[in-house]
Write a protein that binds this ligand. Structure first.
Ligand SMILES: NC(=O)C1=CN([C@@H]2O[C@H](COP(=O)(O)OP(=O)(O)OC[C@H]3O[C@@H](n4cnc5c(N)ncnc54)[C@H](O)[C@@H]3O)[C@@H](O)[C@H]2O)C=CC1
Ligand SMILES: O=C(CO)COP(=O)(O)O
Length: 323
């Protein structure tokens, strides 16, 4: 199957960065955004100042404002926020996805339905070939050509990984769509928690404990939902959890930091963990999985309980063996 041309749906930070990675890998790229002004900016000036300020885009990227022509490509990358994927797929039309590899790159679970991104795609466009791209990768780093490695999961993912690989972008092929999707979604919830630990000045030891127990919790959930806990040892698991739980470049971490300091959340941008946290809680409860950190982050987000009470509750849980 030819993999020369790609349509990227979503001209935010991540869609534009992935368009850049694909162009650097030698692909011809159509970047579909909702705004005609942005398409003109991409075509005339090779920039997306709103989402990737100061970054010059590769000349092989062409901007489009209409999603009706998404199908004019060998494969598709969907890069809108997780809660907007359903609408974006409907707007482009199921036929656009049929028979093509579709790379899902949003990191979140759909509220109300509790679905993963590949399940949303499967519902709306069952003929699409789903792949999931996730891992430690900030849009600004990828777009600037800083070295980045990610996981690309799906059936026989090697050719697609090769089509996106360049000197600074290295996708590793994998099979475990469920594990990779859950890891990418859940790390955002834990990044909120780690940010709050930092914001409330609970100390580096507390943050490391949070991270390690988050990993254990995530492994329980992944296993219960049909993924492989082994996936979590890789880029999409440990790699992204570590990045997002320790870097102020992460919007989720910065959101948690602000919550921990009792500051307003304006201006931080999209924090997928806010929408995913209640979904993760509901999934864990439904499966009777012990997920105290996801519960704690949800309590934090409701704003009804102080951080010191949340921490006291976690520390007072019955002692148990570690594994
Ligand atoms: N920014 C980053 O460093 C990374 C982001 N991601 C993930 O990528 C996803 C998108 O995030 P960002 O690009 O950073 O967000 P963003 O806020 O920069 O951009 C989101 C874009 O989606 C567009 N959009 C929203 N609803 C749409 C719809 N129905 N149809 C078409 N376009 C629509 C918005 O206009 C906006 O341009 C999130 O799930 C995020 O977790 C993943 C890895 C890195
Ligand atoms: O997923 C990311 C890095 O891998 C981006 O994290 P934020 O969405 O928290 O900025």
């Amino acid at each position: 199957m030819a993999l020369e041309t790609v349509s990227v749906i979503g001209a935010g930070a991540w869609g534009t960065a992935l368009a850049q990675a694909a162009a650097m890998a030698g692909r011809r790229v159509r970047l579909h955004g909702r705004s005609g002004d942005l398409a003109s900016e991409v075509n005339q000036f090779h920039t997306n100042e709103r989402h990737l300020p100061g970054q010059t885009l590769h000349p092989a990227i062409t901007g489009f404002a209409d999603c009706e022509r998404v199908a004019e490509a060998d494969f598709i990358i969907l890069a809108v926020p997780a809660q907007a994927s359903r609408e974006a797929i409907i707007q482009a039309g199921a036929d656009a996805f049929a028979g093509r590899p579709v790379i899902l790159s949003a990191k979140g679970l759909e509220h109300e339905t509790l679905l993963r991104q590949s399940e949303v795609l499967g519902q709306l466009a069952p003929q699409a070939q789903p792949y999931v791209l996730s891992g430690p990768s900030f849009a600004a780093d990828v777009a600037a050509g800083r070295p980045t490695a990610v996981t690309l999961a799906g059936r026989d993912a090697e050719p697609l990984a090769a089509a996106l690989a360049g000197p600074s972008f290295r996708p590793y092929a994998a099979d475990d769509i469920v594990g990779v999707e859950l890891a990418g979604s859940l790390k955002n919830v834990y990044a909120l928690g780690c940010g709050a630990v930092e914001g409330a000045d609970l100390g580096a030891s507390a943050r490391a404990a949070f991270l390690a127990r988050a990993y254990a919790e995530m492994a329980r959930l992944v296993e219960a939902l049909g993924g492989s806990p082994a996936t979590l040892t890789g880029l999409a698991g440990l790699g992204d959890l570590t990045l997002s739980c320790t870097s102020t470049q992460s919007r989720n971490y910065r959101t948690g930091l602000a919550l921990g300091r009792g500051l307003p959340l304006e201006g931080i941008g999209l924090a997928e963990g806010v929408a995913t946290a209640p979904v993760a809680r509901d999934l864990a409860r439904r499966l009777h999985i012990d997920a105290p950190l996801i519960e704690a982050v949800n309590l934090l987000l409701t704003g009804t309980t102080s951080i010191s009470s949340i921490v006291a509750g976690l520390m007072a849980r019955p002692l148990k063996r570690e594994t």
